[in-house]
Design a protein. Structure first.
Length: 138
């Protein structure tokens, strides 16, 4: 069994963003030379997420609205974590959206269902953050 590891770096200029990182993960898979196995993609920061879903702008808007209802940013005073900070909501949004995804690799390709794509969710942007891509297989 072989393994491959790479870090992808993102710096989002806004507080929140959803970025389709499927092309970068596919490039890692090609670079790895692994044809059968598993790929793990995980956010290496506690205010960012990696998840699988549809790349559709209406859905992305709905996520923004839904997440803000579940964990509103303001008022920042509502959170104990925000003593000297203002990102408690980002921690909660990450918890909801998840830390990582695992996708099967079959015949050298990500083995997705219809419409599935991998996304990086940023909930406390404006600084450099990384995503780990780890691929194991043959």
């Amino acid at each position: 069994m072989r393994s491959y590891r790479k870090e992808l770096w993102f710096q989002v200029g806004t507080r929140r963003a959803l970025i389709n990182i499927t092309p970068q993960v596919e490039a890692c898979l090609k670079e790895s030379g692994i044809r059968e196995g598993l790929v793990l993609v995980n956010a290496m920061h506690i205010t960012a997420s990696v998840f699988v879903n549809d790349d559709e702008s209406g859905l992305h808007h709905d996520y923004e609205v839904w997440l803000e209802k579940l964990a509103p940013h303001a008022p920042v005073s509502q959170y104990r974590h925000n003593v000297g900070e203002d990102n408690a909501d980002a921690h909660m949004k990450r918890q909801i959206m998840g830390r990582e995804v695992v996708v099967a690799v079959t015949e050298g390709k990500l083995d997705f269902g219809t419409w599935e794509q991998i996304f990086y969710g940023e909930f406390d942007g404006r600084r450099k953050k990384r995503v780990l891509v780890k691929i194991i297989g043959e």
